[in-house]
Ligand binder design. Structure first.
Ligand code: T1G
Length: 702
């Protein structure tokens, strides 16, 4: 007994053997772990050992297969072999779960006779978030515990199941308080002493009976659950595999699951989602930040501005238990803003995603003030007022005299120059941008904008705060529109050009949603309000040939019931409007443009390639550290379909030479020099390389 290898320990507690996996940080089931488990299971043959406990060291039970091993030749033993060896153990086996037992980690536990768990444990099969399906029996064993329809829903969402639910669903047999391993050992001894049945999950059939009696019911549930899976392959594979659990013998279902897994793991869809898994974690790393920079505490916050963004940001704080004061200039504005927050929570309650008790707790953390002095006793201030430089500088100037030393002073601006705002204070090192996305209590991206003087401590604090708020932080440099909006502007210009040349809003939006975005540029414009951009263009003396006449006609979008589309009262469904087509055709005529049919492929290219091109410029300027940061920003902030990996990952899939050549063609056709291939893109294309070959920039330009 003792350590079997670098990751597996085997010890005895009297007549119980304890096999412990120890592969920090999340006990991923890399090759050494799998080989060690097989060896440990080989060593517990001693008849004096009456039961076996499988446990994990550290903060969590295994979070599954080692994702970084995917795409490489699989080294034997595979996880299936490990689980087969586990199921062959002729004595009770008990998995002791804590933290997050996910993917292959849960599948390993499902190979045991019993599972016990510490309070707070979450279990799940999140493989679909990696464009694959569970590949070690999860689609065959989980339905045998919770029934095919419930298992299907759990595997299609990939979301973790909380302890109590997992217990109620029969996944966990007992919730153990106190020392988990000791509790698991005691449970194992009870199984022995009470001669409890040693039925393997694979041999359980009771939960399959209902589906066998009514297979149509399963079909209907599957159709409902995948109504919006948009042509992705993994959901269809999950449906087939879970159906096999109640239509095929266990081993046939298992073999088919393995075949589906092998098919999916090599798809671009899965490569894209695995890329984002690691990119999301990488985006919070600042290449030039010295080791050991500690974030400041963020126990109390102020949000300045009770508008839509201010309210959403305040909710993000309250949702994770941080008290927040919302500051407004006048009582009525404050009341209006806090009422909107309460309404939003009430809507969430109506949708069954929040309890009244939880709402009350969160509202109790949100208070209001009409005194900026409220910022004198907090750790973080987020300014979310109207997008006007003078107003922001005035506020930061005042904050400079009010806020405690070391308070993080952040602005939620989506376009303005952070350095200019910082210069309104004598502490520019504490100033940065925290660009939230609407609705701020929902959208996961937090674009952290690093100013010239921003300190590493301020950056580290903003990143840690972003994580605490359950956001995905990505650090970028200062430029007009930062990363996301700067690229989006390129799409906007090309979208209007497509309308002038012959397309209609519904055709462009149709192509973009078919590509995988939840919404096209024109429906998105109507949602955000066309008047916002119109005011900015007027202030800058810039003209939009189609959107301006729409705005002059009072068509601001959903808020006026008309924009690029028309909306029935109270409805959000965009309906094409012949009046808009007239305005578009008139604009083409006015500019002497002969309208022609534009293919879906060309529409997609012209919606995506100019953004990729701008992404290349952003990388070359060091505004983004890594191409993968741009991908994370687009997926968590702008609805880029995750299974296409983000604009820069997608560009490598398509191939840069093709994108270069198409951009050159569109630049020549339109005369728009900004469409000419960016130097970095042209260089990589010429070298036969992709953006993936571009390493992290030393430091973001500020
Ligand atoms: N493989 C490799 N590395 C992993 C990993 C994994 N499964 N999970 C986490 N890491 C790394 C991560 O990149 C980070 O590294 C560090 O661990 C801490 O993670 C056969 C085929 C468990 C909820 O999808 O959801 O099993 O950045 O920052 O916020 O059917 O990690 O520090 O260098 O996320 O506390 C299925 C993935 C695999 C779970 C912890 N499992 N992990 O969150 O820490 S497929 C998953 C998570 C599978 C089988 C199939 C989360 C977490 P670094 P972290 P965290």
């Amino acid at each position: 007994m003792g350590s079997v290898n670098g990751s597996i320990d085997l010890r005895r507690d009297g007549d119980v053997a304890i096999i412990t996996i120890d592969n920090p940080p999340v006990n991923a089931l890399k090759h050494e772990v799998r080989a060690g488990l097989i060896e440990a299971l080989r060593q517990i043959g001693d008849p004096a050992i009456h039961a076996v406990v499988i446990a994990c060291a550290g903060r969590t039970f295994s979070a599954g297969a080692d994702i970084s091993e995917f795409g490489k030749p699989l080294k034997s033993p595979g996880l299936q072999e490990v689980i087969a060896a586990l199921e062959a153990v002729p004595k009770p086996t008990v998995a002791a779960l804590h933290g997050t037992a996910l993917g292959g980690g849960l599948e390993l536990a499902l190979g045991c006779h019993y599972r016990v768990a510490a309070p707070g444990t979450r279990v799940g099969l999140p493989e679909i978030k990696l464009g694959i399906l569970p590949g070690a029996g999860g689609t065959q064993r989980l339905p045998r515990l919770m029934g095919p329809e419930k298992a299907l829903a759990a595997i299609l969402s990939g979301d973790p199941i909380p302890t109590a639910q997992a217990h109620a669903d029969g996944i966990i047999d007992e919730i153990v308080t106190g020392d988990l391993t000791a509790g698991a050992i005691a449970f194992a001894r009870k199984v022995v002493s009470e001669h409890r049945p040693l039925t393997l999950v694979r041999n359980r059939e009771d939960k399959l009976a209902a589906a066998r009696a009514n297979p149509q019911g399963y079909g209907d549930a599957a159709a409902k659950l995948t109504s919006r899976s948009g042509g992705r392959r993994a959901p269809a594979a999950v449906i087939e595999s879970v159906r096999n659990a109640f239509t095929l013998p266990f081993d046939d279902g298992l073999a088919r699951e393995q075949a589906l897994f092998r098919e999916l793991v090599v798809t671009d869809e899965s490569r894209a989602q695995r890329h984002i898994f690691f990119a999301e974690r990488e985006a919070a790393r600042v290449p030039d930040m010295p080791q050991g920079v500690k974030p400041h505490p963020f126990e109390r916050a102020v949000v300045i501005g009770a508008g839509t963004m201010g309210g959403g940001i305040a909710m993000s704080f309250a949702n994770v238990g941080i008290p927040v004061i919302v500051v407004e200039t006048a009582k009525d504005l404050l009341t209006k803003g806090l009422d909107r927050v309460a309404d939003t929570y009430r809507t969430t309650i109506k949708r069954g995603r929040l309890t009244q008790d939880e709402m009350d707790k969160r509202m109790a953390l949100i208070s209001g003030s009409v005194e900026l002095e409220a910022a004198g006793n907090v750790d973080v201030v987020i300014e979310a007022v109207f997008e006007e430089m003078g107003l922001k500088k005035e506020i930061f100037g005042k904050l400079d005299t009010i806020a405690r030393p070391g308070t993080l002073l952040a602005t939620n601006t989506s376009t303005l120059d952070i350095n200019e705002i910082a210069r309104a204070t004598k502490r520019p090192q504490d100033v940065l941008g925290t660009h939230f996305f609407s609705p701020a209590n929902v959208m996961r991206l937090l674009e952290i904008v690093r100013g010239k003087e921003t300190s590493f401590a301020a950056l580290a604090t903003a990143i840690a705060l972003g994580r605490k708020l359950a956001k995905v932080p990505a650090v970028v440099g200062v430029c007009d529109g930062f990363v996301g909006n700067r690229m989006l502007a390129k799409r906007g210009t090309e979208a209007e050009r497509l309308l002038l040349e012959g397309a209609l809003p519904q055709e462009v939006d149709g192509a973009v949603t078919e590509f995988g975005f939840p919404m096209g540029p024109f429906a998105m414009g109507d949602l955000a309000g066309l008047d916002v951009g119109w005011r900015i263009r007027k202030a800058r003396g810039v003209k939009a040939e189609i959107t301006d006449p729409l705005c002059e006609a009072g068509r601001f979008g959903q808020k006026t019931g008309k924009g690029y589309y028309i909306y029935q009262a109270g409805a959000r469904t965009p309906t094409p409007d012949p009046e808009v087509e007239q305005i578009i055709v008139a604009a083409s005529k006015r500019l002497g443009i002969e309208r022609h049919k534009i293919s879906r492929e060309e529409i997609v290219e012209r919606m995506v390639y100019p953004m990729i091109n701008e992404g290349a410029r952003i990388l070359a300027e060091g505004i983004a550290y890594r191409p993968s940061d741009i991908d994370v920003i687009w997926i968590y902030g702008y609805g880029w379909p995750v299974w296409r990996g983000g604009p820069m990952f997608y560009a490598d899939l398509v191939g840069l030479p093709h994108i270069r050549d198409r951009l050159a063609l569109y630049a020549k056709r339109s005369g728009d020099k900004s469409l000419e291939p960016a130097p970095l893109l042209a260089k990589l294309a010429a070298e036969g390389k992709g953006f993936a070959s571009v390493g992290a920039a030393a430091g973001a330009a500020a």
